[in-house]
Design a binder for this molecule. Structure first.
Ligand SMILES: [Zn+2]
Length: 275
């Protein structure tokens, strides 16, 4: 993942080509607004992973990165059950970060490696019998846990890649993130329909790229776009180099942090000023 590969080099050359031929004097007009999203997975809601997340939060803070921390219901439950973790979550908000939602929906996880988190608005009788023992509740119950965390829930990555999961979208949520591919790093707020609920959505791409890929892509992206990455605390615990490479670049390029936002702040700002 971290070594240079021919495909990666081709990607860099492609982006640099955009940079040279796509902008005025080869430079973007302005820097894109950037977001950094962290997913807290239902299968990893445990003490060790909370410590890894705490490390990641502290690390991001030293680089002035306002994380958007997407919690599954299992993480919400773990945090709510422990006063020390609840204090930590409150402190995340004080420091300008956002606590958002994350969900692995039922239908979308049937045919891919990810595991369903046990919450769905699909009726129990429609669930595969072998998965019925994983059922934890409807999305109202999911949201009750998420909303009990400090702050307000407005954004989530709900993983509704299968149309049958669209009914899972909680009415209270206004904004969303989706994606994981490199090209998903760049987007602009787009109105998406979730079974009748209109939400503004941006995409994000996985941070696990070789060192120069994200900087080259960012440089090639115009200032009217959004540049968002997503990672996990366990990625950070396993190998912090991709994180370090990206945030060091961002701190150099956006030294005052004026182009960094949480997801909700970014989308609301773009909707308000239309820029
Ligand atoms: Zn996930």
């Amino acid at each position: 993942m971290w070594r240079q590969r021919p495909r990666t080099i081709a990607v860099i050359v492609f982006f640099m080509g955009i940079c040279v031929f796509g902008g005025v004097n080869g430079a973007p007009v302005d820097l894109p607004l950037s977001c950094f999203v962290v997913h807290c997975e239902s299968t990893r809601a445990n003490e060790g992973m909370f410590l890894d997340l705490s490390d990641l939060v502290a690390f991001a803070d030293t680089f002035g990165i306002p994380l958007t921390i997407d919690c599954t219901a299992q993480w919400a439950e773990m945090i709510l059950a422990d006063a020390r973790k609840l204090d930590a979550a409150s402190a995340w908000l004080v420091a300008g970060r956002e606590i958002a939602g994350h969900h692995h929906a039922y239908w979308a996880t049937l045919d891919r490696g990810a595991q369903w988190d046990g919450y769905t608005n699909t009726s129990f009788s429609e669930l595969l019998p072998i998965l019925q023992d994983r059922y934890l509740g409807m999305m109202d119950e999911y949201m009750a846990l998420l909303e009990a965390l400090p702050g307000e829930r407005t954004t989530a990555c709900m993983g509704l890649g299968d149309g049958r999961d669209l009914i899972d979208w909680p009415e209270a949520l206004l904004y969303g993130t989706a994606g994981h591919l490199l090209v998903d790093c760049v987007s602009e707020p787009t109105l998406v329909d979730h079974a009748g609920f209109q939400t503004w959505q941006i995409t994000d791409g996985l941070i696990l790229q070789e060192p120069s890929v994200l900087p080259a892509f960012y440089e090639a992206t115009n200032g009217d776009k959004v540049f968002a990455v997503v990672g996990h605390a366990y990625n950070f615990a396993e190998d912090r180099r991709p994180f370090e490479s990206w945030v060091r670049f961002l701190r150099e390029r956006d030294s005052d942090g004026v182009r960094r936002r949480t997801v909700t702040k970014l989308i609301e700002e773009r909707l308000n000023d239309g820029s």
